[in-house]
Design a protein. Structure first.
Lengths: 242, 242
DNA sequence: TGAAGCTTTGTTGTACACAACATGGCAAAA
DNA sequence: TTTTGCCATGTTGTGTACAACAAAGCTTCA
């Protein structure tokens, strides 16, 4: 289950720890566990409706229920799980209305992100994105839903790194994490390859804007991608009948 | 210390509980305590730098440290307090850079709020705002910083109620709460009356736009008020030398 | 006198036992 | 057979003792 997500997590951590350097060991451990469970939810290792056992998770991570519960509380505040007294803690199912709200908001936030003090990507950052294009190319040859999901998330965090406004970045991340799993759930298998191809062309387009340092355009392009992906999502939802 | 804030709290609760009806008694209690402490921080009953004793607060609210700690964790996630192991939990001091970031974001959010599915105020809602204009009028005659702060917060929550997009509303509230106490701290006493007067004219302006149902204009007006208040804040900060 | 190390004190973080709660199953009565 | 009430079981929420930790004061030695 856990597999090789360590690399991904640590990479994402760096983007987060930039803001606040002072992290005690307890907080680092909590952050690690939080990221792990969050990824499991977003990458559909835990499906909406699944119950997360506090006791089992506490045992798995070698801690007691108390600190684990604070991790779950954080996930609950972000809307990824919902605890019910005497029943259990469950991965949330987002209804269509909320999904639409989140998408509408994400569309607006993307445009703002390009305007509000964007952080210019270093050459190393650009290279990381170029490497993702290669990864996407491999996935076009050999489509795999989970690998695509992980690549997509990695690229998103790379994008979030350009947002200089700390709060806007946090909000953008939270909204993204709320929609990821829904996108994966609804995306039909037979459209997977086409989606990966489209994803590759999208991150190429974004890369080009970043290469010339035009971050306002990055914001607009990003916005258009989110908007179009939402329209496709609706179309897919109509296809499958949900 | 607690005084007559019950009315304010409950009124704010109604705006919150609209979204999710299912609230267990524990959650309601936690929400109440959270709101109480949050107000104390925002209205400067607790000044930045103050230590919040878990034990004392737990005793005051008649609960043990465990549920109180989850309330403090929530406040910490919103950036209002910061816990340090073995030292204490302290009300945060926002530096100028972060304050500027938050204001820039609030300016953008206000404009979006007017566009993204705003909720038309009922006649009762408009009447509540009209009552606030009266309260503001009284305060012009007899300026009082804390009363002004409370009125300002009440009006803000009334404004937040027009935001139909649930996540956007939450974010807007969080950003507002981060700036309130800074505004109060920096505002010089001798400009208080002028500020109250300006506040009254602002909420009148907003009311007019709401009365004709033009909520996009409400967003633009709100945006301009936030922007101008930020500029005055900077001017005041220059005056007092901070 | 000064400084380093130890001790004391008070605080937040953790572990664990128990309370509160919801749910499903079972039995008994209509 | 159906329904109603009760109980058993398992889960989240709470209280409490203790561990981890930091800071201030004290002591002791140079």
């Amino acid at each position: 289950m856990a597999l090789c997500k360590k690399g991904n997590n640590s990479r994402r951590q760096t983007a987060k720890t930039m803001a606040r350097q002072k992290k005690t060991k307890s907080q680092q451990r909590a952050d690690r566990i939080y990221g792990e469970i969050r990824d499991r939810i977003c990458l559909l290792d835990y499906v909406p409706g699944d119950r997360l056992s506090e006791e089992e998770l506490a045992e798995e991570f070698g801690i007691s229920r108390t600190p684990l519960r604070s991790v779950l509380a954080r996930l609950e505040s972000e809307g990824l799980v919902k605890s019910r007294h005497g029943v259990g803690t469950f991965v949330t199912k987002t209804n269509f209305e909320e999904l639409e709200e989140v998408y509408k908001l994400r569309i607006e936030l993307a445009e703002i992100a390009g305007r509000l003090d964007p952080i210019t990507k270093s050459e190393a950052g650009l290279n990381r994105i170029r490497a993702m294009i290669v990864r996407a190319g491999d996935l076009v040859e050999q489509p795999d839903q989970k690998a695509f999901a992980r690549l997509s998330l990695d690229h998103f965090f790379e994008m979030a790194g350009i947002i200089g406004n700390a709060h806007l970045r946090d909000i953008t991340i939270r909204m993204q994490l709320l929609t990821t799993r829904n996108w994966l759930t609804i995306l039909p298998e037979r459209h997977l390859q086409a989606e990966i191809r489209r994803f590759r062309s999208e991150i190429r387009e974004l890369l080009q804007a970043m290469e010339v340092g035009d971050y306002q355009s990055v914001g607009h392009i990003w916005r258009s991608h989110i908007s179009m992906s939402y329209h496709r999502l609706k179309a897919y939802a109509g296809e499958t009948g949900t």
